[in-house]
Design a binder for this molecule. Sequence first.
Ligand code: C2E
Ligand code: MG
Ligand code: MG
Length: 759
Amino acid sequence: MILTTAYLFNIAINLALGAALLAAWWRDRSQAFLRMVGLAFLLHAGLPVGFVVMHAGSPVAQLLGLALLVTIAMLSFGLLALGVTHLAHRAPSHGRLGAAFAGLLLVGALLVPLGAEAALGSVAALHLGIGLLAGLWLWPLGRAERVSALLLVGLSLNQFQVLVLGDAAAERQAMIGALIRLLLGLALLHAAVRRSAQESQRARDRLVRLTEHSHQGVAVVRGEHLLYANPALLRIYGLNSLDEVNTLWRDATMPAAERASARERHRQLVAGELAQVSWSGQRFRFDGTPIRLRFTAWRIDWDGQAAEQVVVSDETAQHDATTALLHQATHDELTGAPNRSALQARLRELCTARAGFALLLLDVDRFALFNEAHGPSVGDEVLRALAAALVEALRGRAEVMRLGEDEFALLAPAAAPDRAAQQVAQAVRELLAQPLAIPGHEFFLDASIGVSLHPVHGRDPEALLRAANAAMHEAKHTPGTSLQFAEERFERGSGATLLAEQALRGGLKNEEFSLVYQPKVDGRSGVLLGFEALARWDRPGIGRVSPLEFIPAAERTGLIGALGRMILAQACSQTATWRAEFGHCVPVAVNVSPLELLDPGFPDDVARTLRRHGVPPALLTLEITESAAVAHMAQARDRIAALRALGIEVALDDFGIGFSSLNMLRSLPLHAVKIDRSLIEPMPATDATAVVKAICDIAAALDLEVVAEGVETRAQHDAALAAGCRVMQGYLHARPLAPEEAGRWLSRSVPGTVRVLRP
Ligand code: C2E
Ligand code: MG
Ligand code: MG
């Protein structure tokens, strides 16, 4: 017997459907029955081969063919039956499965010796029995299952054809079997597809049921398209339905700056490069209200394509509460300004960054009395108005904080903090020169300001606060709005004092102090008019120390007397040397500390020193600072008068930054005022020029010489000259010079006649 068309058709149908069923299973592994039935079909394609072998002629071939036939039939039948149990949701346990297959093979082995007819008859009967059972199980499950059950019964009945009608019916049986199998395969595939669809519908229903009632927003997004949004998400964004919008990616809801990163995140999620990602940020409801959201997103399949599922929590309330708490903790309730802990944090930040800054502590003078007189609510109004006015006046220059009561901190980050402090103080002075208006009242306030500079007066917040606070208390001694820079002597009990004293004593003993000489020139002719002697301390291993540091230290430790005497002696000795060398000399100005001036023996000391070096008193000028004169007016006047009586000229230094009054200028027997460089620096600005001009006019009326200090530019020079300053001193003309260099200036000048040639 050979394989006829009917057999080949049967084989082809079994192979094709077997492959189709397995492929369907490969796509949806949850449909296990597809695999069993697919394998059964593939196995069944071997059956015609069994028939061919069985009819080969020899008895051995007949037996072999029958054995093959029965084995294939049993296994294929077993797999088919197993598939049906899965389809009917009655899958057996592993143990039972093994036993059933072993039983089938055993039955097969027992059947083979009975001969072809009996064996095939038994197989067909078994088939029919299982077909009927399957029909019973599958009937209630659906249309495709019912059709499959009928086809299964039909398939088993078909097997009786050869048994009943003989071998002549074999081909027809194969043909009909193939057709029934074709239909059965199609019915099963249909059942599988329907089940898949039902399953995904069920999954989606489950998801929807879960998300519809969730308090968290859930969205499914592909590209910029919103595919799904649950009610919570719509609520969060203030929408009624998804139909109103189909994207959250628009200006109204998502800040434009976030869009590029959101796009990239979406791409990575959908491409599977990111498994899951969380982020938070500000978004906007559709009515424009800002909201704070936290997102978590991952990739999902949505309608067969990759999409991003996002779970959104609305953290607006939490965020607002935290912000409010933080604001409350760092801001003052009365004025809304940052409070002491905000100041501490800011100081820590600036100190860590090693930034230069000035810390000004401002305390309103006599505020307690003010409160008593007008009542605390007016007091509160005043503080509120003062805070607002300070913020307004110092905008861009200093941060304003309220430390409590009537105390404010002004923080001015700047590369040159001393200058910044002066400017801030000046702005405060100008502000307080105007009345402070509150409803129904106008008040004039005074304040005392203490300043500490980072890093000059300390490198940590505590040290700076301590220094500024001590300076502020010192400033309280001066009436009116006054400014005081930190000095260590204001802070009692400082261990640093002892160290400074030791170092200064050593420096004096080892002659580490020297003088440099800065020329003062005639503003019109450039003629050298004098020198100012400026002290320098060259500390071994440390380098050059500024007089701004060591003069206050010497004052604090009481060594200023010795240091001052040494400096005066050095200046006189240098003057004598120059006189001997060049036959003439210009006056040399020596700075005098307020403490020296207070010493009643000071004028005699000076006279003795001049005599000792053979220097005429006309060649010495003394510079005293304004603050010294103010604090101790009477003594200062006596001392200056005594010095003038000796023929020594006295100039008032740093005029314009401290507390000065016309009365003081008039009552002190001075010969010159030196306008502080903080007033010269903003020139030629009109207002600055006006101030300098006013000082020059007063000085002219009082017959005082005017020296402009710190002239750095030609424009400052010209403006100062036009305003009435005759004498100029500053880097424009010369820096402080070593004695040799200063000597060269002297050698080129004949006092009053020859124009100085620049060295
Ligand atoms: P001062 O008496 O007002 O001296 C002027 C200061 O300004 C000097 O700083 C000088 O170098 C600096 N200066 C001069 N021209 C310019 C300029 O064009 N631009 C700038 N930015 N600065 C300029 P120095 O030498 O550091 O002295 C600082 C202060 O130390 C002096 O201010 C003075 O009060 C004090 N001092 C200096 N030497 C002595 C001294 O021998 N005895 C006493 N008691 N105090 C001294
Ligand atoms: Mg000076
Ligand atoms: Mg000065």
